[in-house]
Design a binder for this molecule. Structure first.
Ligand SMILES: Nc1ncnc2c1ncn2[C@@H]1O[C@H](COP(=O)(O)OP(=O)(O)O)[C@@H](O)[C@H]1O
Ligand SMILES: [Mg+2]
Length: 257
């Protein structure tokens, strides 16, 4: 296994010997991996290799799965966020998540944006927050005249950008995306990919994708997982053009999976 680290980059999240089990079944095996600040890191690998399981450990979404248990550490801001004493609600404000299927609340576009800040008690200027967040997610121009219409009336691609706007409204430092384009058509996919490129100035982005072309297009770094293990990590250009590991080469050239 290669474990290349980029000494010039600042790690914002570090996985240390991270193992994850569903009951007796081990889905993730001793992964060590650094995610760099203000970079896009893609996590790739065949279906079932543990991508979502790893991603969900980073904002404690795995807490909702009863049979799951974890060993090792996920370090963020000098603490192991797996520590039971840590408040996952606060963590999820800092580390937001966008899911495979767009999941806006059955509320207006406007209320989708302000809901999180409101219940968390930091909503000051709602109009300003709504405009800023929608602009940041490249959606403002399309919806500015119908902010009080239901979010469910938007197209799939617009709904996914709304979910990104909703995440951005919480002022996170990290955004986790689990196959954010898998339910979208190619045109909507390109819009999200362009948006990811713009967002990395302000956020660190971790994107799970089984689409290798997408990983190559959007990410600075790529981690290749296979059967719960990290096979290779490195700069995306290098990993795709000159992989170190045979398994990586087989995967990116389509010889398996
Ligand atoms: N809720 C769950 N209960 C039991 N096993 C699960 C659950 N979710 C995922 N798994 C298993 O964990 C492994 C990794 O799954 P997952 O992280 O979803 O992979 P990926 O996102 O790469 O497709 C698979 O073997 C899968 O069957
Ligand atoms: Mg998955």
């Amino acid at each position: 296994m290669t474990e290349l680290k980029d000494k010039d980059q600042q790690a914002i999240i570090q996985l240390k010997d991270l193992s994850i089990f569903y009951g007796d079944n081990q889905a993730v095996n001793k992964i060590n991996l650094d995610f760099y600040k203000n970079k896009v890191t893609a996590i790739i690998g065949p279906s079932g290799c543990g991508k979502s399981t790893v991603l969900r450990s980073i904002n404690r979404m795995n807490d909702f799965i009863d049979i799951l248990h974890t060993k090792g550490e996920v370090v963020y801001e000098n603490q192991n966020i797996l520590d039971k004493n840590l408040d996952p609600t606060r963590l999820r404000r800092d580390i937001g998540m966008v899911f495979q299927r767009p999941n806006p609340f059955p509320k207006s576009i406007y209320n989708n944006i302000i809901w999180g800040p409101k219940i968390n008690g930091f909503l000051k200027n709602p109009d300003e927050l709504v405009e800023k967040s929608l602009r940041r997610a490249a959606l403002w121009d399309e919806v500015k005249d119908r902010l009080h219409d239901s979010a469910l009336g938007l197209s799939g691609g617009q709904q996914q950008r709304l979910c990104i706007a909703r995440t951005v409204a919480m002022n996170p430092s990290v955004i986790l995306m689990d196959e954010p384009c898998s339910a979208l058509d190619p045109k909507a996919t390109i819009r999200i990919e362009n948006l990811i490129d713009e967002l990395k100035d302000d956020y660190t982005i971790l994107i799970v994708t089984h689409n290798m072309q997408q990983a190559a297009r959007v990410s600075d770094y790529t981690a290749f997982l296979y059967e719960g293990e990290l096979v290779e990590f490195g700069e995306t250009d290098g990993l795709f053009t000159n992989p170190v590991e045979k398994q990586t080469e087989d995967y990116i050239t389509g010889r398996f999976g």
